[in-house]
Design a binder for this molecule. Structure first.
Ligand SMILES: [Zn+2]
Length: 282
């Protein structure tokens, strides 16, 4: 696991084992707030040990940026913490998280200690503010990757934990392309020092404009290419061989998963938009 100090009392963690997924912690004098857990129990426990032993504070709150396994399944390793999330995150963890953990347990022994802990405190509109020591955390919705996405702004440092609303490759299979573009655009206008993406490396101030632009170009091209394919007799065939680069984006790592995620974006949009078309014709 990689670890870095982002600013005073703010740390970032990145997985070495799954898709460069990230998590963070903001430390106050008496307790800390964790933002997301990591994909596998060992790494989440490694992060907890660092906070409790090196930073010498207990974790009082966990903020889940969304319900996906790689961000929310580690809640159970902080039994005394209060979990904060979007109201929809709580519903999705219950509807989808519980059965998919059952399935994961059958395939992977690593999850035998894992159980789903549903958020205790939720909000569905507006913003929520949490004060940690001298810092204000503003929690706001950030949709697109999923319908329950939230982001956490460390006001004083202009550091944004964006969750998967901002990734090295926008991934909209479980969300919406339009919402994703809107979130990316909004993030680009926030005047940030750093974007902590849900996966991948920290984006520094001087890199933000280019990253925002690249992701928006990718989504625009993705939309154009899928819409064009939908006018063909066999859209799936028309999209075969359309690589990330064909959508105007290059050099994405994501632990080797990028091309697979891109292919899933294409397939999901074909499905979403051909259903919309069928509905419109009725
Ligand atoms: Zn993720």
């Amino acid at each position: 696991m990689q670890r870095e100090r982002v600013s005073e009392n703010v740390y970032w963690f990145q997985s070495d084992v799954y898709a460069q997924v990230t998590a963070g912690v903001v430390v106050g004098p008496q307790w800390a707030v964790v933002i997301d857990t990591l994909a596998l129990p060992d790494e989440t426990i490694g992060m907890r040990d660092f906070i409790e032993r090196e930073l010498s504070v207990p974790v009082r709150y966990i903020i889940n940026t969304h319900y996906h396994a790689d961000h929310a399944w580690g809640n159970c390793f902080f039994p005394d913490a209060t979990v904060i999330a979007h109201a929809r995150c709580r519903e999705l963890l219950e509807e989808r998280g519980l059965p998919s953990l059952e399935a994961a347990r059958r395939q992977n022994n690593a999850f035998r200690q894992t159980r789903i802990v549903l958020p205790h405190m939720t909000f569905s509109s507006g913003e929520l503010t949490l004060r940690v020591g001298k810092k204000n955390l503003t929690i706001m919705s950030a949709l697109g990757h999923s319908d329950d996405g939230i982001a956490v702004l460390v006001e004083e440092d202009r550091v944004l934990f964006a969750g998967d609303a901002f990734m090295p490759l926008p991934y909209v299979v479980d969300g919406s392309l339009e919402d994703s573009a809107a979130s990316i655009r909004k993030i680009g206008r926030m005047g940030l020092e750093n974007i902590i993406q849900g996966h991948g490396d920290i984006i520094l101030r001087g890199e933000i404009d280019a990253a925002v632009k690249e992701n928006l170009v990718y989504l625009t091209n993705l939309k154009k290419i899928v819409k064009a394919a939908l006018r063909r007799r066999n859209p799936e065939e028309a999209l075969a061989g359309i690589a990330i680069e064909d959508c105007g984006k290059s050099r994405v790592h994501l632990g080797g998963l990028a091309e697979a995620l891109h292919q899933r974006n294409l397939r999901a949009l074909v499905q979403q938009w051909s259903e919309d078309g069928a509905k419109a014709k009725k």
